[in-house]
Write a protein that binds this ligand. Structure first.
Ligand code: TPP
Ligand code: MG
Length: 129
């Protein structure tokens, strides 16, 4: 957000997890209000996946299910957030977001538990039980 405001000539791409954005959702409102040239990719995998990779099956890694794409309108934008569920839709969303410099939220729906090999290894290496 700071990078976008400090560099109005540039487009800033922000990647954020669903759990992280639930801690600072007001950043969406601020970006819209200050007309930040910010494109926000929300990686929605239904919870704290990295924490699950460290310690599986603990309920504190589950979070409320939010529809992040609806939040763009709710927080003052005159356009919709975009929710995508496959590569084709993601490609279309990228084309759409590059059309102008306005704030755009793209919510990428990912399967829970699909963090991949590296995340698994990192999680296991951080285990201390
Ligand atoms: C300000 C702050 N609060 C809490 C944490 C603890 N924390 C580390 S990872 C994590 C959850 C990450 O979940 P998400 O953003 O959905 O990413 P995922 O691993 O699912 O891709 C949290 C809350 C943190 N690192 N920083
Ligand atoms: Mg997550």
């Amino acid at each position: 957000m700071g990078a976008a405001l400090a560099n109005p000539d540039k487009t800033v791409l922000l990647l954020i997890g669903d759990g992280s954005l639930q801690e600072v959702p007001q950043v969406i409102s601020s970006a819209i209000r200050h007309q930040a040239n910010l494109k926000m990719l929300v990686l929605n995998n239904n919870g704290y996946e990295i924490e699950r990779a460290i310690l599986d099956n603990y309920p504190y890694n589950d979070i409320a299910s939010w529809n992040f794409s609806l939040m763009q309108r709710a927080m003052g934008s005159s356009r919709d957030g975009i929710r995508v569920t496959n590569y084709g839709e993601l490609g279309e969303a990228f084309i759409e977001m590059r059309k102008d410099r306005a704030f755009q939220l793209i919510e990428v729906m990912l399967p829970q538990g699909d963090g991949g090999k590296v995340m698994k290894e990192v999680g296991e290496s951080l285990r201390f039980d």
